[in-house]
Write a new protein. Sequence first.
Length: 484
Amino acid sequence: MSLIHPQVDRRGFVREIAAVGGAVLAGTALGSCGRADDAHHSHTLPVEPDLAVRGGTVARVPLNIPQTIAPSGVTLRAAPSPVEILTGKTTTAWTYNGLLPGPTLSARRGDRVTISYVNGLAEESITHWHGMLPDHANDGHPRQAVGPGGSYSYDFTIDQRAALNWYHPHPHMLTGGQVYRGLAGGFIVRDSFDTGAVGNPLGLPAGAYEVPLIIRDASFDSGGSLQFSNKSSGFFGNMPLVNGTANPFLDVDRAVYRFRVLNGCNARIWRLALSPAAPFILIGTDGGLLDRTYSLSEISLGPGERVDILVDFRSLGAGATAMLRCLNAGWDLLQFVGTGLAVLGTGLPGTLPPIDRLSAPVLTRRFTFDGMTRLNGKVYDMGAVEFQVPLGQVERWIFVTNGNGPHPVHVHGASFQVQQRTGGRARVFDWERGWKDTVVVNDKETVEVLVQFVAHTGLYVIHCHQLGHEDGGMMANFEVVAPT
Ligand code: C2O
Ligand code: CU
């Protein structure tokens, strides 16, 4: 069968790809299939009725790569603005600086971040830097929300590991709608171990070979308007967007690529895999690089979680294709199209730097995620402080569900290390190793983490990152206090 029809040059960049939806190549290593239209092994997967990408012809467009800016002396303005997501249609999204996703902020450990946030929305908002570890005043706590026309000045110095973090609104009860309508962007921190250091000591792919992928779902009406309802059961869009692009493709050279992947969905869990089957080389998670690589055939990623992966396209020939897919939804997410251009000097990293292990917790706290709106039995009370954590103390936090999972549990102000999962899937997955700030807890699961707040005293939150649950009140304030 033919996967690629001759490219139809529509407005210079749209190409026609036939019969992508539902069809996969099975059992071959990436690139060993040669040109896709020579592949012999194929079969058809069941196709969801609301699949945006159906069998037949799909017009693919180049993947958007958000512009990168240094978060120093910049203004981020949240406001409604017109964007083109569906070809030929205008969507009014809510964007940072007119872009969906917002610009990728990129800075080095030790850099000072100075950002003026301006609220150009018709409702209150504030911006949180998910995964960043600033003091309370710079964390975008719901208490700091500013009204329409208001602004908030952020000023902090980055002192944490290199990682892909992200930014998004965090006002009480309004986060889901604001993130869904487009307010989200990447925030990459680099350090002397990562790229951006002099000499790139680990030899990780950089420049055009390092690509952020913010993957989320959305639904549109026939006019191109975003459809949304802030159900506490969670909003599920009926098609994927990668960096705001519907049906994207990315031209890839014969090289190793580094993908910095964020699940930016309100509620959906991605189960990522490559087709034809080929491994992801996992090198990092939420809080940065792992201490070794893992070769994985699939990765599950809940809202707010990130992975840092390498994909080896060195044997992908000119015109050959591969697909990043979600096995849960049965969706094609991003098509890779080989250019055939061989790039010298790219490879897989050898040793990754070690990770300090947390150990010897002095205290255990238990958190139950109840129904769709409560944490430890209570709906979020923005004025309350539910518990206090001494700065520097290693604690064991246990996350338990009481139905209505999955609950992607997120903690502000610190990273944690997942120790074990009992019940349900009953194991810790490789993509949950290292430093994390978000971990998925399914029904009947108990997940245990070790956490230590090392940087700042002050007020932070723990909450469910299923944004319907978060907005419904599945969140609690706690205060990091000076050790006694
Ligand atoms: Cu990504 Cu408290 O949020
Ligand atoms: Cu939840």
